[in-house]
Design a protein around this ligand. Sequence first.
Ligand code: IDC
Length: 515
Amino acid sequence: MKKFICITILVVFILTLGCMGAGFTDVSKGAWYYNTVVEMTDKGILSGYKDGSFKPNDSITSAEFTAIVCRIKGVEPTGSFSHWAGGYMAAALNNGWYDYDEDPPTGEKFDKPIERQLAVKILMKALADDLTYDYNVESAKIKDFSQLNGRYYDTVLAAYSAGIAGGDNNGNFNPLSPLTRAEACTLIKKAMDKYKVTTVNTESEKHALEPEQPITVRSGGVSENGALCVKGSQLCNEDGEPVVLRGMSSHGLQWFPQFVSNDYIKAVGDRGANVMRFAMYTEQNGYIQDSSVKTTLISGVDNALANDMYAIIDWHILVDGNPLKHVDEAELFFKEMAERYKNSKGVIYEICNEPNGSVIWSYEVKPYAERIISAIRKIDKDAIILVGSPDWSKDLDNVSKDRLSYDNIMYTFHFYAGTHTQQYRDKVAGAINAGIPVFISEWGTSDAGGSGDVYVDETRNWLKFMEEKNLSWCNWSLCDKDETSAALLSGSNAADGLSDSELSASGKIVFNSFK
Ligand code: IDC
């Protein structure tokens, strides 16, 4: 059924509707590649840049080309890598589309232009049913055949025979030269036509897998610290050294999906944050009412990972204070997330934002946590799991008396500077002294309603306290809602980063405290 492969189409570069198909500023109607570029960009296989250009003569990198081939072939990335395309490269290597020495998994060639001979090999190995050709006939077509490395004879000659590859005006194949984006379009289109690869464009999967841009390796990021663990009450990196995560929480993803785009997350990372929390409300038109919000969550998480930041998946219970109310849905959801991210070193699970109302730690929250943690642990053996407690994640006293018996668990504590003061710092300090690992997965500079003043002095007291205690934190929230706790001013644009002038009074304090 190779000929009828259903494939998923994704975009490699940032895709804006305005530059799809015709209308690229640098693709003129008369260009030899015009029709192909239009067709391939309309199908979403390659896309243009935000500024409306396509850059047809730029060379395509090894990672970009290989990721496209994986996607049109429906091959999923495997493994956990700091490079955005590491999983695609590993999958292609595992499938035998290229050999170890041609593009080592250490990645030094991933972002280099791909050689034409290697591009043809990867494409043919992935899509061709068989590699048939007449050596004498095909080799005679290639004027610079002597330049072609013998390991590429079968794939390049088969591609010539199938009419997929061809020479330049002088009849040269130029095996060692880079492939341009326009040429890559043409090559891929011909192979798809020849091997009858049909395309199915599923929006949800597009979001689910979209890597957007290559990552920037950040100091304090996932590539530096690796898989986290808990030692005593301290969060530690893969080498067992203390680590502190600082960053932002999203607002409700059902209301403000635009702020978990790559631009916003990158901008937060560029200001020094190394973690993003994604608040997926269960109620208030959240996941229980409309599970499509999961798509936003996944794209946010993928964006954070692509930016070398840790990502917290937050099951944001709030209106329904008893986590057991939706324990079945929670279990299914976390199993799915664990399957999806089990190989990633950067994902942290937060299983219940803020239990509240009449719930009791030992009777409701702990049994809920045991069920969800054991479901996650069956799939993802050692990721950090954050657990909330009654009283809007403040009941560390009862947690201390009756702890969960799993490794790599941390308990969340949430505060709002206008409401919670010294006595709450004492509470947290007491819990830490009792050996409880605490993670401040949500805090605000405002009052507990998210509004009121920015409580500058009390915020400073908390920041100092968290620094002294090596506590990791996420601030509420990365959005531009008209409320004090929102970090952004309306009209912010993260495409060129986020400067203080785009931040609210709260955002200014917080963004300047990441490092
Ligand atoms: C608030 C938002 C507000 C929204 C409200 C209701 O800031 O815009 O209308 O939720 O959903 C929390 C919660 C967090 C709250 C925040 C501020 O985890 O969802 O967000 N807060 O009230 N706990 C303590 C405070």
